[in-house]
Design a binder for this molecule. Structure first.
Ligand code: COA
Length: 257
């Protein structure tokens, strides 16, 4: 099972569970996340959701590079759109979603955390948008949501260099709200979820939407352009080299063509 959903009273915990690939999102895992969040929408008794990763190494190490490596341009666009649908299923869930980031949140993993309403992290968390090193731009909302969260200068640095950000820096730049020792993370996430769940559920749902309206603005156009450029990257030799290099466990060598 690639995604576990556990409902207990007013809280639900969704766990990305593909530890052999550091919880990377292949097509199956994307579909299961979408199904999980669509079904939570129907669970009116659930008032707050925690999203985390199984094991102690990763929240999610990104989109599955093995699955992406040989995609054509058309297939790349479809894969990008599936990631957008997943991020949107999380973002538009009426109930608030807290990302409890317990390790690597890279690429698509960082983008999924960014689609949540609130992020808290363990002291072992590592964030990043390393896609350009694989010959593609971020394609699941990261260019838009990271920029809105941490500001354009910092987002440009992180996205254009692919530099990784550890928990203490993530806290300093506002990428996460709080950092806790790894063994306290889920208890702290539960406390936060409970503090939300005790409030008026309709008011909370309305307030979630209103915060997003303030934050998202014209995000739609940016997301669509991101998707087009992401798809187009799969028609380039850069993407082939970047992803093959990762799978061959060697540094990528990019030429100018
Ligand atoms: N897609 C597919 N498989 C992935 C993956 C991904 N995004 N990230 C990790 N894995 C797999 C590895 O291929 C490896 O599988 P293997 O044992 O069959 O070779 C396994 O998960 C463990 O990863 P490994 O790289 O051996 O662990 P590490 O501790 O040396 O490094 C990371 C951990 C997260 C730094 C490294 O796995 C990494 O850079 N992953 C890719 C991150 C990325 O670029 N994400 C963006 C994708 S858009």
């Amino acid at each position: 099972m690639a995604v576990d959903v556990r409902i207990g009273g007013a809280l639900a915990v969704v766990t990305l569970n593909r530890p052999e690939a550091l919880n990377a999102f292949d097509g199956g895992q994307i579909e299961r996340v979408v199904e999980a969040f669509r079904s939570l929408k129907e669970h009116r008794e659930v008032r707050a959701v925690i999203l985390t990763g199984s094991g102690d190494r990763a929240f999610a190490a990104g989109a599955d590079i093995k699955e992406m490596a040989e995609l054509t341009e058309a297939e790349g666009l479809v894969f990008g759109r599936r990631g957008h649908v997943m991020a949107s299923a999380i973002e538009t869930l009426p109930q608030p979603v807290i990302a409890a980031v317990n390790g690597f949140a890279l690429g698509g993993g960082c983008e999924v955390a960014l689609a949540c309403d609130i992020r808290i992290a363990s002291d072992r968390a590592v964030f990043g948008q390393p896609e350009v090193g694989l010959g593609i731009p971020p394609g699941w909302g990261g260019t838009q949501r990271l920029t809105r969260l941490v500001g354009p200068g910092l987002a440009a640095e992180l996205i254009l260099t692919g530099r990784r950000v550890k928990a203490d820096e993530a806290l300093r730049i506002g990428l996460v709200n709080a950092v806790y020792p790894a063994d306290e993370l889920m208890a702290k996430a539960t406390e936060l979820a409970q503090a939300i769940a005790k409030n008026g559920p309709a008011a909370v749902r309305g307030a979630k939407r209103l915060v997003q309206l303030a934050y998202n603005g014209q995000q739609g156009a940016g997301l669509e352009t991101e998707l087009q450029l992401f798809g187009r990257a799969f028609g380039t030799s850069e993407q082939r080299e970047g992803m093959r290099a990762f799978l061959d466990k060697r540094p990528a060598v990019f030429s100018d063509d």
